[in-house]
Ligand binder design. Structure first.
Ligand SMILES: O=c1[nH]c(=O)n([C@H]2C[C@H](O)[C@@H](COP(=O)(O)O)O2)cc1CO
Ligand SMILES: [Zn+2]
Length: 159
């Protein structure tokens, strides 16, 4: 008889997103994303970080000050990185698992790439104008989104 306590698809893909987010150098918010085909095959992954060639040690991780001196001018969001990391062709009909609800800029990229479903974990910026704008666009475009239902399962990996 098959074993029973295997992880579900949602646990698997959200787990991969979170593992990907553990690569982030952002001291305050680490975000991971995992793009999955309609038939549950992983197509791409990403996390928030500076573009290639922009050193994590030289570019700023600050949150406040002149935009030029903050991370916001430079960081590529996990969702966009996951979309751009995909070199296989079309993402039409795909799903994206992401540990934080996508911002408005990522919503644009998600919509335009053909991704049709978002599964998110945290929605800690739900009240901000950018998240509200994101939901406005996703609703208009018919992109489905739902919150990941935590199962409470603890996963331990010895590395
Ligand atoms: O959808 C997202 N995806 C994503 O990767 N991020 C990244 C950008 C920043 O590195 C970090 C947010 O930083 P902070 O919480 O300190 O404002 O998360 C942020 C959002 C939503 O704001
Ligand atoms: Zn974003």
């Amino acid at each position: 008889m098959k074993r029973k306590n295997y992880i579900s698809w949602d646990e698997y893909f959200m787990g991969v997103s979170k593992l990907s987010g553990m690569r982030s150098k952002d001291p305050s918010t680490q975000v991971g994303a995992c793009i999955v085909s309609e038939d549950n095959k992983i197509l791409s992954m990403g996390y928030n970080g500076f573009p290639a060639g922009c050193s994590d040690d030289e570019f700023p991780w600050e949150r406040e000050g002149d935009i030029y001196d903050t991370k916001y001018a430079y960081v590529t969001h996990s969702e966009l990185n996951a979309i751009l990391n995909y070199r296989g062709g079309s993402l039409e009909g795909a799903k994206i698992y992401v540990s934080l609800f996508p911002c408005n800029e990522c919503a644009k990229a998600i919509i335009q790439s053909g991704i049709r479903t978002i599964v998110y974990d945290s929605d800690k910026y739900a009240d901000t104008p950018t998240t509200r704008a994101s939901k406005r666009m996703l609703d208009a475009a018919g992109v489905r989104y739902y919150q990941y239902q935590r199962t409470g399962r603890k996963v331990e990996l010895e590395m």
